[in-house]
Design a protein around this ligand. Sequence first.
Ligand code: NDP
Length: 296
Amino acid sequence: MTAEIIDGKGFADGLTARVATQVAALKARDGITPGLAVVLVGADPASQVYVRIKSKQATGAGMVTHDHKLPATASKADVLTLVDRLNRDEKVDGILVQFPLPAQIDMREVIERIDPGKDVDGFHPMNAGLLRTGGTGLVPCTPLGCLMLLRHFHKDLAGAEAVVLGRSTIVGRPMAALLLGADCTVTIAHSKTRDLPAVIRRADIVVAAVGRPEMVRGAWIKPGATVIDVGINRVPATEPGKTKLVGDVCFAEAVETAGRITPVPGGVGPMTVACLLQNTLSAACRRRGLTVPGAS
Ligand code: NDP
């Protein structure tokens, strides 16, 4: 048996196109252009690539982006002052601070300073709390994208056994909350979990967000399960001096057992960016008490 490959890139392109249509309708109906502020501190090469992609996609969807670059030597006060300014700026609907931050800046303090209504990453404790208590806040982009893929490709989530591997506040925990909200029976596995292969073998749905290249083996996957691989790991390629991206799941093995699986790259990654655009549009509307035009 060979799994269906979930086309995250194609699905994300569709979502981005729908957001662009809604942005155009918001402009026409209410004269509002959603604004996304992207803050980069330092010059981490991967972060530079990520912020470039996010800004480009937001602009492509008809939004206005406000790029702010601070040096790696920036102080905590510099970053918090910028966040305060963006919180007050009426043209800014979404604030994205790219992580990781330099060691001298406390990520938690920065997250907590962002206006929850502009927190398009969904990391603020108020949004995290709303997600856990069944409210409607802004939801972290990566798990939101995973849930959209699962709703579309796995379809019937109610009662499904879901195992989320990883318990970070960015991916694992919000993912588990979303799956619970979708009526799955949810297990969160982590570094202290006993007999991980047996836990994962129970799952109809596996979401792997562990940050360890190809850790989840094909033999751990229940035949026919849906596998969502969040991992992005850069490893040496077979050609000398070259690298390649792999997920947290051994794709070559899992594809033989799973019912459907996301590839890396081209699976979850593009959904994260598309969901950022969706969150920025939602934030622009909610802040003004408007509905998203054309949203079903
Ligand atoms: P973190 O490092 O914050 O969390 C990793 C989690 O995995 C922790 O809960 C940890 O457990 C658990 N873990 C680590 N080692 C093991 C092990 N041997 N067995 C079981 N559990 C283990 O990672 P993130 O959640 O931030 O990211 C996870 C992956 O997702 C990374 O590859 C990252 O690059 C990728 N990512 C991809 C995104 C995308 O857009 N596609 C967006 C965000 C992340 P414990 O808590 O016990 O330490």
